[in-house]
Design a protein around this ligand. Structure first.
Ligand code: VG1
Ligand code: CO
Length: 544
């Protein structure tokens, strides 16, 4: 093995966004592009030298090539040992699990999550620290600064190794262990949930579910855990074979993109329970018979019922939700007498709270739910949590949710995404909103009076770090809210997200159409921000 020092030049656009560096595959295929970013990780993370690195991805197009490149660079940079998922596969939560279980110094996850894959699709890379979680901003900023000055990287001239056979290989001084991507994760799930109760539920003959893996990474995890271990009937997992282009689909588990699953919960002989996960396995969608559970409600319901599940039997110490997530979880925290934290969008902001044991559960409106069992959101975990509750409560999903609303009130919620809009126009829209913040409080719109308007800034209660400009919040006296922010995961133009929420305490008004209840807020959002006028769009592209 020879180590080569390759000359390179900085790329200006390698600042990680909400969740790692995401770009078009073609951008990553440029000479030196991936290598520069990986070398910048190694240069800024000295603990990896002589330590252990976890490596895997969601199996999308370019995953295998990238894995080989990173292995050769790891060997050239003195990484002691690499644990790589067989076939280059590790779901995001499984990678987090492996990083923690083997007390490694961190991991590299290759994924663009729910973004489409294939030669014309997206690719991504993310560094997770030794706690198993996405690197906090001070680490991603250090990596980014390094990418701005890098002039060479180190790589071996090896062929790479066979990542399809489990076992131990060596690359120069580096040990490469190809591991079963599912085993450690499945073992962790068994510790948290009552597998016997779920097994009985599947065997009762009275319960049917479908899990849509969307041709993405959770296929092998779901088949092993749901069908093989828990005894769900074969065929419970649909679209279970991971594909490099996700079968041409958009692996985003929501009502728009997972419509095949949605259809199975409707019409003639619907299934009792439907669930789906995204490209890298960290998101989840939960459906009952003709019933959709919003991710914000799901977090609140899991929190309210956590004591029923073995892994959380002793109760939860606190909850956190990202700022745009509905305030349903806050009401549960209130009732339990525990803290509820409001953090910026992105899982990296939960890490410190989890490490400091201030919270047990956390979630985001974007179909992300998780707990202190790993440091990523976890799609299958949420599905198993729901299955455990269904097995214990012996009630339909819809009944559980309606009971919850009766007790805590209902937070009607929706998100409107304006995708691929002109970047300058979207930034201008946010800027104008910022200018108008001072004048908004006290103003009345359609009978609602603005209580506060601000640009959300977060001070981490554990390390004191401050993250400003995290989204515009407009809160009304009746508890309703509008939030505006720009996406940090897109790869084309800009995406404006508008989050709308209205609280309803009266149970006789809990069965209204969310679109109807929230229509006035949609109009107010347009009036305040000038969406149609500034972006030239009549309506949102995706409503979830
Ligand atoms: C989106 C979601 C955010 C989530 C992030 C990563 O970010 O809104 O809640 O944490 O994706 O999820 P943004 O900046 O586009 O709004 V995943 O499953 O793409 O890793
Ligand atoms: Co994801």
């Amino acid at each position: 093995m020879n180590i080569e020092q390759i000359q390179t030049h900085p790329f200006p656009d390698q600042r990680p966004g909400t969740s790692g560096l995401r770009k078009k595959v073609r951008v990553f295929q440029q000479d030196h592009y991936l290598e520069n970013f990986v070398q910048s990780i190694f240069d800024t993370q000295p603990d990896l030298r002589g330590g252990t690195l976890v490596l895997g991805g969601d199996g999308r197009y370019h995953n295998r090539e990238a894995i080989q490149t990173i292995l050769r660079m790891a060997a050239a940079n003195g990484i002691g040992r690499v644990l790589v998922g067989q076939g280059g596969i590790l779901s995001t939560p499984a990678a987090s699990c492996v990083i923690r279980k083997y007390r490694t110094q961190g991991g590299i996850i290759l994924s663009a999550s729910h973004n489409p894959g294939g030669p014309d699709g997206d690719f991504g890379i993310k560094f997770n620290t030794a706690n198993g979680g996405p690197a906090p901003e001070k680490v991603t900023e250090a990596i980014y600064r390094r990418t701005r000055e890098i002039d060479s990287y180190r790589i071996t001239d090896d062929e790479g190794i066979d990542i399809d056979q489990a076992g131990t290989h060596t690359l120069g001084e580096t040990t490469v262990e190809v591991i079963d991507p599912v085993r450690d994760y499945a073992a962790l799930m068994r510790e948290l949930f009552d597998f016997d109760a779920i097994h009985q539920l599947f065997n009762s003959g009275l319960f049917r579910m479908r899990f849509d893996a969307m041709h993405a990474v959770t296929g092998p995890y779901a088949v092993e855990i749901l069908e093989r271990i828990l005894g769900a009937e074969p065929g419970t997992v649909i679209n279970g074979e991971p594909k490099e282009d996700f079968g041409g689909g958009h692996p985003d588990p929501n009502l728009v993109h997972a419509h095949e699953l949605v259809d199975l919960t409707h019409g003639f002989d619907p299934v009792d329970f439907g669930a789906a996960s995204d490209g890298d396995g960290d998101r989840n969608m939960i459906l009952g018979k003709e019933f959709f559970v919003t991710p914000s409600d799901s977090l609140a319901i899991l929190a309210a019922n956590a004591h029923r599940v073995p892994g959380y039997r002793n109760g939860i110490v606190g909850i956190a939700r990202s700022m745009p997530t509905s305030q349903a979880a806050d009401r549960v925290a209130d009732a339990l007498g525990i803290d509820c934290y409001e953090t910026p969008t992105g899982w990296k902001f939960f890490g410190n709270l989890l490490d400091a044991r201030r919270i047990t559960l956390c979630g985001e409106e974007s179909f992300g739910t998780g707990s202190d069992h790993v440091r990523e959101k976890d799609g299958l975990w949420a599905v198993l949590f729901w299955l455990n509750l269904l097995a214990i409560l012996q009630q339909p999903v819809a009944t559980i949710v309606r009971d919850h609303w009766r007790r805590y009130g209902r937070n009607y919620y929706t998100r409107h995404d304006y995708e691929g809009v002109d970047k300058a126009a979207a930034e201008e829209l946010i800027q104008q909103l910022r200018f108008s913040l001072q004048e908004l409080p006290g103003q009345e719109f359609e009978g609602r009076i603005v209580d506060y308007a601000d640009d959300f800034a977060y001070t981490d209660p554990v390390d004191g770090s401050v993250s400003a400009n995290q989204g515009i919040r407009i809160g009304f006296r009746d508890g309703s809210r509008i939030v505006f922010r720009l996406s940090g995961t897109g790869t084309e133009g800009a995406t404006l997200r508008v989050y709308l929420e209205a609280f309803e305490a009266d149970p006789s008004r809990h069965d209204l159409e969310p679109a109807e209840v929230l229509a006035p807020l949609v109009r107010i959002a347009d009036r305040v921000a000038g969406i149609r006028h500034r972006l030239g769009r009549e309506r949102a592209d995706v409503i979830t």
